[in-house]
Design a protein around this ligand. Structure first.
Ligand SMILES: [Zn+2]
Length: 173
């Protein structure tokens, strides 16, 4: 078991050696994830396992967890969410190889040096699993379900109410 996570790695060589890694990617190195959430609260805890399956395909098993702050789309307040991803990848060099990949593997693109950018792959996986419209648990949300159904639609501060604009247009001679 290796404790330093690779940023990039030759997955074929790693699979031949059946390498396993457990460690962290520092939050400050996850720039694209930072741009996708309000705040990255923790480092990315990650396990990687390289090997071959029964079809002799190279497999990269990824398990990663990170805590992030998201903004509730209902009440606009921040809340903390733990994101856990788990997936299996197989290295590919071309679109044809992606096509040929069994559907239970995700493609991991090899660069010109025959390596996979593992941090980018882990970041992509986490970003893809973020909720499209994050919302609180309803018991923690400042906007209750009842208000959502029966209440007025909250208007963003500073923006004129579209109904008020309509009304003023109607009143014009
Ligand atoms: Zn909320």
């Amino acid at each position: 078991m290796q404790n330093r996570l690779p940023l990039t790695i030759d997955p074929i060589k790693a699979a031949q050696k059946r390498l396993d890694y457990t460690g962290v990617y520092l939050a400050k190195n996850a720039g694209r994830l930072s741009e996708s959430v309000e705040y990255v609260n923790s480092d990315i805890h990650c396990s990687l396992s390289f090997g071959y399956d029964e079809r002799k395909l190279c497999v990269i098993a990824v398990d990663a967890e990170v805590e992030v702050t998201l903004i509730c789309q209902r009440c606009q307040q921040p809340f903390v969410s733990r994101i856990h991803v788990e997936n299996k990848f197989s290295p590919v060099k071309s679109d044809a190889q992606i096509e040929a990949l069994p559907e239970y593997y995700e493609p991991a693109m090899l660069n010109e040096f025959g390596e996979v950018d593992i941090l980018a792959l882990v970041e992509d996986e986490i970003i893809l699993s973020l909720p499209i419209a994050p919302v609180h648990d309803s018991k923690h949300c400042e906007v209750s379900e009842a208000e959502l159904v029966f209440g007025e639609i909250p208007t963003e501060e500073g923006k004129p109410n579209p109904f008020a604009i309509l009304a003023s247009l109607k009143n014009k001679p």
